[in-house]
Design a binder for this molecule. Structure first.
Ligand SMILES: Nc1ncnc2c1ncn2[C@@H]1O[C@H](COP(=O)(O)OP(=O)(O)OP(=O)(O)O)[C@@H](O)[C@H]1O
Length: 840
């Protein structure tokens, strides 16, 4: 046997590569675009510069012209000159025409793309390498081409190199700056503090209105699409991959194997059907083995086969990711600082958490719809190409490209509708949430009809947007069906021709019909799968934005535990502003020795409660320091700080639970007896016992079933059982009657022994015994001292006192501005509440 000429092998390889190149590049483009579309869809679309865009389109048109001319010449040789055409070259020319038309359509359809993107860039690289190699091969071997074809090929190689050069130039520069030179700032958001380092996907945060400075200063560090894709994957991956759990990892493997087996069954079933037909038509015997094998395959393909197994394996995986997502979102909300909770819209946050859990739906769609569908398409092109020749591969690839392109166009048109639909859904949820939680306010202002109208109009909007969204989805299905039917017609003609020419058995025709049907159903999922995945991604965006939010109050990594403090407090020149603009505290300094009671008084809005919030570390002082027993509170752990401070807030709220559980919330190991004692101290014990369910009575949402005074007393009872070292009373007795107040004062004074108390009071009668009274005005301490000292000073505090005392103003006018004796003010005024005047 003569040895094979190495040049023949080279020729064979070159031809095989030539006929496979368009197919493989098309498949690459398909997969890469799918990944790019899904994972970079949330980024802002900033167009390529127009000259660059137009230049690229021009170059691609030239490439198309060369492929078109080459295909026409080859067909002319075949039809006109009756020469046998070189099948691989014709397939190459036609296939390349298809690939480059697809790339061109991607560039020209819809808005100008933001960047060239890795799918296009990849195709250009593949073609540059391949066409250069083919050119080199034709120039250096005996396999010479006609001069025309050489010109076409050389032109293309030059253009491909230019395109590659452009994309290399474009990647760092253009994607970093917009047309006007503005630096991009879409992906320099702060890192997700508990997601993997480097996880930075370009999502904006829920209430982010502050742009990240780093984005302005480092425009050239902006990542390209591909790295964004990986960053997004990095963000989502920890929620999905059961790190450290080998059992669950094995389940992933099981699911993967089921999916793989599914793909094979998809191909084997129609082939088996074709084989049965062939045996029946040609051999006239009972193909019982084939039938049994076919039945087995059908069984595996049915709902009781691999599908059921896969679903069974998937349940623990989905539950695991749900648990991670739900707890991460909840923990994050609980860990966020007061500024977030002040700003948040409850409806939006709840919605974001709920929708965050849709990441698992997204993964389900990706794993069970999108990836199998893409794999099926790739396999279909290869299988049909192998079974019926390159023309069939070309028909299938054309159908798939047209199908995907038309669906993609409709999806792009839907994008705005979808966004609109989601924002309307959010609005609906917000109104629902706010109106129901603020039902009392709505009723006080007699705005129930107004709220009903508001809700009904947003529901109308939603219905409208829903209708338009669905109509387009139906239009998409119609277009898809049409493309598939046309493709089937072409394929049927080709195979029928091959059967009639005796080149194929009848079974091949049956196989084609069966296979096409199997291919059509995953294709039909294309739109719905991608639509749902993009909706889920928008949902996931909110969730990721929530997770990316950094708490403004963070513990230092070397924070110490504040253990059993004595309760010495010191504020040193503390300045604070909530919004960075309006200064609320303008240099507050005071000290409280262990066991002292410090009272904060002053006009409303002077910053009294803010001082308490800073001490509790709801916010961080902008300037100055706050110390407990000489430790700066920012150097100790939040847990240990807060466990040493008991708070009776201005507006205590309870959980929708029993009285007993609500009080025990302050000290989870408190006994029933301790709770009864605390309630007795605030004169609630007998009241609770007289209720039908006693301490087991449910208090309703936020404690609505209790009166304001009762709520305040429950809040005090909570602090009594918490038994902290430092107590903050923010108008703790403002809602109770005088008799109850004196009881509470008694229980507070017994509680006060050895503890430091800071009291905010409008009713000055409650703080006359305080060791130190600080009178605040406009964020400053304007006076300090005990009651008698301040009265004798006859200043701001004295004026406040007189306003609350019986005939205060009169006595002032009677006696001129001189307050002679302090004794006169030693009685406790009974005025219900100090209501300051603006003139103060
Ligand atoms: N979360 C917040 N964000 C922005 N500004 C706030 C916030 N909380 C309070 N403020 C503003 O800070 C100022 C001081 O509020 P603060 O509650 O400390 O006053 P206060 O002296 O306790 O008043 P009151 O006696 O009425 O309770 C007020 O003008 C208030 O509008």
């Amino acid at each position: 046997m003569p040895a094979a000429d190495p040049r023949d092998w080279l020729c064979y390889t070159a031809r095989a590569l030539q006929s496979l190149l368009p197919l493989s590049t098309g498949l690459f483009y398909l997969i890469a675009s799918a990944i790019d579309y899904v994972l970079s869809k949330s980024h802002e679309d900033k167009p390529l510069p127009l000259p660059l865009h137009n230049g690229i389109i021009g170059l691609i048109l030239i490439v198309l012209a060369t492929y078109g001319s080459e295909a026409s010449l080859l067909l002319y040789e075949f039809l006109g000159k009756n020469q046998q055409p070189s099948e691989d070259r014709l397939v190459f020319a036609l296939g390349s025409l298809l690939v480059w038309t697809t790339i061109l359509l991607g560039l020209t359809s819809g808005t100008r793309p933001r960047s060239l993107g890795f799918p296009r860039w990849g195709c250009w690289m593949i073609y540059t390498a391949a066409e250069s190699a083919f050119l080199f091969y034709h120039l250096t071997t005996h396999d010479r081409l006609h001069r025309c074809y050489l010109i076409f090929r050389t032109t293309r190689v030059v253009i491909f190199f230019t395109l590659c050069g452009l994309s290399t130039f474009q990647s760092p520069l253009i994607s970093a700056r917009f047309n006007d030179g503005t630096p991009r700032n879409d992906d320099n958001c702060p890192l997700l503090h508990h997601l993997p380092p480097g996880c930075n996907s370009g999502y904006s945060t829920i209430s982010d209105n502050v742009s990240d400075e780093s984005s302005d200063t480092k425009p050239f560090e902006v990542k390209n699409n591909l790295s964004k894709t990986f960053e997004t994957l990095k963000c989502i991956a920890p929620f999905l991959w059961p790190k450290g759990n080998f059992g669950l990892q094995l389940l992933y493997l099981g699911v993967g194997l089921c999916l793989l087996a599914d793909r094979f069954i998809n191909i084997l079933l129609p082939i088996q059907l074709g084989a049965i037909t062939d045996v029946l038509t040609s051999e006239h015997v009972l193909p019982w083995r084939n039938i049994i094998f076919y039945t087995l395959l059908r069984l595996l393909d049915s709902g009781g086969g691999l599908w059921a197994l896969r679903a069974y394996l998937w349940i623990p995986l989905e539950n695991d990711s749900y648990k991670k997502i739900a707890t991460a979102a909840f923990n994050q909300i609980m860990d966020l600082s007061s500024d977030f909770h002040d700003d948040k819209s409850s409806g939006k946050v709840w919605h974001a958490v709920t929708r965050g859990t849709t990441i698992r739906h997204m993964i389900r769609s990706l794993l069970f719809q999108i990836i199998p569908m893409i794999t099926d398409l790739l396999l279909a092109v290869i299988v049909l190409h192998v079974m019926f020749g390159p023309y069939m591969g070309l028909i299938t690839a054309t159908v798939i490209m047209v199908f995907l392109w038309s669906s993609g166009r409709i999806l792009a048109l839907q994008k705005l509708r979808r966004k609109n639909w989601i924002s309307i859904m959010e609005k609906e949820q917000n109104i629902l949430c706010e109106s129901t939680t603020n039902w009392k306010t709505v009723s006080y202002f007699n705005r129930i009809p107004y709220e009903k109208d508001r809700f009904s109009s947003v529901v109308d909007e939603r219905v409208k947007s829903d209708t338009s969204f669905r109509l387009w989805t139906h239009a998409e299905t119609a277009v898809q069906s049409l493309v598939l039917i046309l493709g089937l017609m072409g394929a049927c003609f080709l195979v029928a021709y091959q059967v009639s020419a005796g080149r194929k058995e009848v079974g091949s025709f049956v196989m084609l019909i069966g296979y096409w049907a199997r291919l059509s159903s995953p294709l039909q999922f294309f739109a719905s799968g991608f639509t749902s995945i993009t909706i889920d991604l928008v949902d996931a965006e909110e969730f990721i934005a929530l997770l990316k939010k950094d708490p403004s109050i963070k513990e230092k990594c070397n924070a110490k535990i504040l253990y059993a403090p004595r309760g010495a407090l010191r504020f040193q020149n503390v300045k604070f502003s909530y919004d960075g603009q309006r200064q609320i505290l303008k240099g507050i300094s005071f000290e409280a020795h262990p066991g002292q009671t410090i009272a904060l008084v002053g006009e409303t809005g002077s910053g009294k409660s803010t001082i308490l919030k800073l001490l509790f570390r709801f916010y961080k002082a902008n300037y100055g320091s706050i110390e407990i027993d000489g430790h700066d509170i920012s150097d100790v752990t939040l847990q240990s700080l807060r466990s040493n401070i008991g708070v009776v807030p201005q507006d205590p709220a309870l959980f929708n639970d029993t009285i007993l559980n609500n009080i025990r919330y302050a000290n989870l190991i408190a006994t029933d007896e301790e709770i009864y004692k605390a309630c007795a101290a605030v004169r609630l014990h007998h009241k609770f016992l007289s209720l039908p369910h006693g301490y087991q009575t449910n208090v309703g949402e936020r404690g609505v079933k209790l009166s304001e005074g009762e709520l305040q007393r429950v809040a005090i009872a909570r602090v009594l059982i918490q038994n902290p070292r430092i107590i903050l009373l923010d108008e703790a007795t403002s809602s109770v009657d005088s008799e109850t107040e004196s009881y509470i004062q008694q229980s507070l004074s017994s509680l006060a022994a050895g503890r430091t108390i800071i009291v905010v009071a409008h009713r000055l009668s409650t703080i006359v015994d305080a060791d130190h009274i600080l009178a605040l005005k406009d964020g400053n301490i304007v006076e300090r001292g005990n009651h008698l000292e301040l009265i004798n000073r006859n200043g701001y505090y004295c004026r406040l006192w007189k306003k609350q005392s019986d005939g205060g103003e009169l006595s002032l006018s009677r006696e001129g501005n001189a307050i002679k004796t302090a004794d006169k003010f030693l009685f406790k005024p009974e005025a219900p509440e100090f209501i300051p005047r603006w003139s103060d």
